[in-house]
Design a protein around this ligand. Sequence first.
Ligand SMILES: Nc1ncnc2c1ncn2[C@@H]1O[C@H](COP(=O)(O)OP(=O)(O)OP(=O)(O)O)[C@@H](O)[C@H]1O
Length: 301
Amino acid sequence: MSESIVSIQNLVKRYSAFTAVNGADLEVRRGEVFGLLGPNGAGKTTTLECLEGMRRADAGHIRIAGCDPFREASVLRKKLGVQLQSSSLPEYILVGEALELTEAWSSGSAPEGLIEEFGLQDLMKKQYRQLSTGQKRRLNLALALVKNPEVVVLDEPTAGLDVQSRALLHDKIRKIRAQGVTVLLATHDMAEAEDLCDRIAILLNGKIAVCGTPEEVTAAGNQETRIRLRTARGSLLPGSDLSGAAFVREKDGYLEWKCRDLVLTITELFRQISDREDSVDDLRVERPSLEERFLELVKGA
Ligand SMILES: Nc1ncnc2c1ncn2[C@@H]1O[C@H](COP(=O)(O)OP(=O)(O)OP(=O)(O)O)[C@@H](O)[C@H]1O
């Protein structure tokens, strides 16, 4: 198992009398894409802002890339790339100027090919306000990478993007990971978390409710796998009992069951079909989704 590059222990952050983060614990491993999920107001942005050194925690212990984000802010600045939820770039700044300014702040020059990689070469003379949402996101991600960071923190990097721009940004994030950079992102997009993230954590009411790979988090829920099956001769009857599976319905020529042990149920189904000298015409299996698990957790919180 690789070492932790981000470690949060018992983080507490209050806004006056309101406790936004209430004892969160989190470990992010070097080189992974880690997703922080949670309903609106769960405390994701606050947690990321404490990590970035933008807010001072009221209690708890944070280490990121070997630094205390508040006490060693200047050291951390060289190791951390940040894309905020709402970009704070001035409306009239040119793309080229934004890159130059970021280079100056980071006392270095952008990695070779960064501008081309993010398709910014034709936008250099455009004002920030003239960019589309997708172009703004690409620029902001590129700016976060100017200083060759060890860790990149992205707050909802693909919110509001169309499918193509989202896929493009996912591709960029995968490339960042392939270069050994750790990516920590907050997202509301369950498909993004499933496709892109090596591990995820779900934050509920200021605490981490679950953490693991998307598969582990999903599998730990109470949701069942759905099986839909059509046979050539229709020899199975609606309502047919199967060990460990509950019959759900008949629809469009398919019989549907819910089960927990997929292998057991499929084996039993195939045995019954073979006994009836019938054959499988079509079989569809729907595993529980992360979204279902998320909703289950939010409901129970
Ligand atoms: N500057 C602030 N002053 C007072 N309360 C705040 C401040 N920032 C956030 N909060 C409150 O803290 C809680 C957590 O907010 P935060 O933005 O961290 O949640 P989030 O999980 O990122 O939400 P979202 O998904 O909507 O972006 C919310 O109830 C919010 O209203």
